[in-house]
Design a protein around this ligand. Structure first.
Ligand code: CMC
Length: 429
């Protein structure tokens, strides 16, 4: 028998169906509540609200579990690669050899951006933040592929947009860095794999020989896998919400990029390094900054700590931490802020405030450190998060579309003035 929860409002009982997921997560279906009772539910920040049912990613925040389509990220990091994981997220199953080759080949073939798009970079200020450039350029792609404006395109066209986006996002991102340096654009080298090609476009120069370091390329590929999806976070929810209005896929993904930019979301990886630099300039006393983070009157928060869902540890952070040590040793990196990071982590983990509130280092704490060690410029950190998250956004968008979800339109409890009369300006005090 279907389970139902009982809700009493003013002596009247309402029955709410209990919905259960494949991992026994339970939710109350309130979709008919307003029609039946006149009440809505209030959950500011959606801390307790399921916005959809999804087959894509499973997270158990208490136990630190993260799985894409049923596969643990630990296993995917060890045995798969980013392009295969992208296929898995978007199409629901691991590809056959034939499907993989076709997908990978399509992505390799689409890496070049339209020559006219290169002129856009001339108009951005040289110090333009690459996340702003990325969001604008991705949205601009819709102008070059106007067929994307059709809200009901044929499936093969959707696939082309998807592959184009995955291919071009690295070229757009690398060019925004080259632009900020005043360096010439490096065209993609399609003999290279996805991570290698990105490193080539970022760091090669026409005047020098550049060999991609395989340790860096593998580490980058792993970081992309770890960022590939994270169920209904702020940017994925933005993508589903914008997409639900039938805005085109490029505009929709651009909205996701903008949502990711904030320091409480993907922008935290940049904020971590900026925080560590600040602590270093201030004399390197990490305990003092821990105290600042605990002080309710001080707006400072320990960036890279805490998570809405993970309350024991962030499994992504665990993998990056162990990889980070290996990469630092292999690249022979000696960076003073990395010492501060270690100290800060040790102090925070042994502090009651952080233990009580279940605040642990999250993915952005270690990824920021790792990107720094890899020589990635700080302002590009969140761009790398966006490149990694792209398959997840696409998968969320595709699921929302195929599930024919209605336009997202939450309600509110109005707390403003009741009706009042307009006072002419000369009568106002
Ligand atoms: N430093 C100090 N105190 C903190 C921190 C922190 N980093 N994070 C949370 N708290 C405190 C917070 O003040 C609150 O205390 P109280 O209950 O006394 O008011 C309590 O812990 C709960 O915090 P919250 O802000 O209500 O929790 P939330 O679920 O709304 O926020 C968060 C989650 C990630 C936004 C938050 O922990 C934070 O701001 N962390 C720093 C930014 C960061 O690292 N963001 C990256 C998240 S991981 C990447 C991603 O998936 O986006």
């Amino acid at each position: 028998m279907d389970k139902k929860a009982e809700l009493k409002i003013d002596g009247e009982t309402y029955y709410l169906p209990v919905v259960e997921g494949t991992e026994q997560e339970r939710g109350l279906d309130i979709s008919k509540l307003r029609a039946e009772s006149g009440c809505i539910t209030l959950d500011i920040g959606y801390k307790n609200t399921g916005s959809t049912k999804s087959d894509i990613t499973f997270i158990n925040g208490e136990e630190g579990i993260l799985r894409y389509r049923g596969y643990s990220i630990e296993e995917l990091c060890e045995k798969s690669n980013f392009i295969e994981v992208a296929y898995l997220l978007i199409y629901g199953e691991l590809p056959t050899k034939e499907q993989y080759d076709e997908f990978e080949n399509d992505i390799r073939r689409h890496t070049i951006i339209h020559e006219d798009l290169k002129h856009y970079y001339d108009a951005y200020p040289q110090r333009a933040h690459p996340m702003g450039v990325l969001a604008s350029m991705v949205s601009s792609l819709s102008l070059y592929y106007p067929e994307s404006l059709d809200p009901n395109p044929p499936e093969d066209q959707i696939d082309r947009h998807i592959r184009r986006l995955i291919a071009k996002i690295t070229t757009i991102a690398a060019q925004s860095y080259k632009n900020s340096m005043g360096h010439p654009m490096m065209y993609p080298d399609n003999k290279l794999n996805y991570a290698e090609n990105f490193l080539h476009m970022m760091f090669a120069l026409p005047t020098e020989n550049y060999e991609v370091n395989p340790t860096l390329a593998r580490a980058l590929d792993m970081l992309l896998i770890l960022h590939a999806d994270h169920e209904q976070n702020c940017s994925a929810s933005t993508v589903r919400m914008v997409g639900s209005s039938q805005a085109n896929i490029y505009a929709t993904i651009s909205a996701g990029i903008s949502a990711l930019w904030g320091p409480l979301h993907g922008g935290a990886n940049q904020a971590v390094i900026e925080m560590l630099e600040k602590i270093k300039e201030d004399g390197g006393d990490s305990k003092k900054w821990i105290e600042k983070a605990k002080d309710k009157d001080d707006p400072f928060r320990l960036m890279g700590f805490g998570h809405r869902v993970y309350k024991n540890f962030d499994p992504r952070a665990k993998i990056i931490k162990s990889e980070c040590d290996k990469v630092l040793a292999e690249l022979n990196v000696n960076e003073p802020i990395l010492e501060i990071a270690k100290e800060l982590e040790e102090h925070a983990l042994s502090d009651d405030y952080f233990a009580e509130k279940k605040l642990y280092p999250n993915v952005d704490f270690y990824s920021g450190i790792m990107y720094k060690a890899m020589g990635i410029p700080t302002e590009m950190f969140t761009v790398l998060f966006a490149i990694g998250r792209l398959p997840g956004w696409i998968a969320q968008w595709k699921e929302m579309r195929e599930g024919k979800e209605p336009i997202n339109r939450p309600r509110q409890i109005y707390t403003g003035y009741n009706e009042r009369s307009y006072n002419p300006i000369d009568k106002r005090s």
